[in-house]
Design a protein around this ligand. Structure first.
Ligand code: C2E
Ligand code: MG
Ligand code: MG
Ligand code: MG
Length: 279
């Protein structure tokens, strides 16, 4: 009797679990078909040089326009795509699409693409990057690959070798969401990095005395190490003023520009990008 009650109690929780597992499975199935059905798209968010006010690049941000689900944000589908392995072809698609868009931007404007740990560990990654550059005609020096600290938690020699190889080609490596991981400083010692992007949670909290001290320190650290520092999630003039006052090099956020369609970002770039040709 007690045993059957125990089982009933267990069952009581089971239907909910089933629903979650089923919802998750349905998402996996939808995701699997979304790539051949061309449901993915990229938005682009401008990156500004704080000192000059010029738009020096843009970050590609993936969007999933699902007929059944509406627009799904990356935080919902990227983790699933990573678990199923779909992130490898999906990430390759993003890289090609981003480079293709950047090919028609003014010379010198950079394109930043997010790369997941799973991609970086996959065998053909460096080759797929080289191929995307060659196919689009975008110079390696204009490509930035943004990786998060979770990528680096796997301290495999493979990842390190791949990063070195990409860097030797002139591709920049940016450490995304800097400050949120377990060992941000440790990674700076072990991995070749050209840029750090201060996580937007720090920028949001810049009015706080301690947070401001941390941000100032990160900016100083970047200067000492010769690493470009970008502030993510800049939403107010007050935040930008503090960052400017402390010598932060680059800013990104809704204040500067929201993620926008390729055609809109191209128009913006034509009016506000650095004019390397026209002077
Ligand atoms: P992330 O690379 O750190 O990108 C910045 C995120 O902050 C974007 O969210 C962007 O829309 C948002 N953001 C930008 N400015 C502001 C601001 O001023 N305020 C606020 N509150 N948010 C701002 P999004 O597009 O939802 O992307 C979320 C994350 O998904 C990205 O974080 C990135 O880690 C991942 N992701 C996006 N596209 C790709 C991709 O193609 N491949 C991979 N592997 N990951 C991607
Ligand atoms: Mg990023
Ligand atoms: Mg980030
Ligand atoms: Mg992020």
């Amino acid at each position: 009797r007690a045993k059957s009650e125990g089982r009933n109690l267990y069952r009581f929780f089971e239907p909910g679990m089933d629903a979650m597992v089923q919802a998750r499975r349905a998402l996996e199935i939808d995701l699997e078909t979304a790539l051949p059905r061309q449901e993915f798209d990229l938005d682009f968010q401008p990156l500004m040089n704080i000192e000059s006010g010029e738009i020096i690049g843009a970050e590609a941000l993936m969007r999933w326009h699902s007929p059944a689900r509406g627009t799904v944000v990356p935080d919902e589908f990227i983790p699933v795509a990573e678990e199923t392995g779909l992130i490898v072809p999906l990430g390759e698609w993003a890289l090609r699409k981003a480079c293709a868009a950047a090919a028609s931007w003014p010379a010198g404007v950079r394109i930043a693409v997010n790369v997941s740990a799973v991609q970086l560990r996959s065998a053909g990654f460096a080759r797929s990057v080289i191929s995307a550059l060659a196919f689009s005609g975008v110079p390696a020096g204009q490509l930035e690959l943004e990786i998060t600290e979770t990528v680096l938690m796997d301290e495999s020699e493979t990842v390190l070798k791949t990063l070195r190889q990409l860097r030797e080609l002139g591709i920049r490596i940016a450490l995304d969401d800097f400050g949120t991981g377990y060992s941000s400083l440790g990674y700076l010692r072990r991995f070749p990095v050209d840029k750090i992007k201060i996580d937007r949670s720090f920028i949001h909290d810049l009015g706080n005395h301690d947070t401001a001290a941390i941000v100032r320190t990160i900016i100083g650290l970047g200067a000492e190490l010769g690493i470009t520092v970008t502030a993510e999630g800049v939403e107010t003039e007050a935040q930008l003023d503090i960052l400017r006052g402390n010598g932060c090099v680059e800013a990104q956020g809704y204040l500067i520009g929201v993620p926008s369609k390729a055609s809109d970002i191209q128009r913006l770039l034509k009016s506000r990008a650095l004019h390397s040709q026209t002077g």
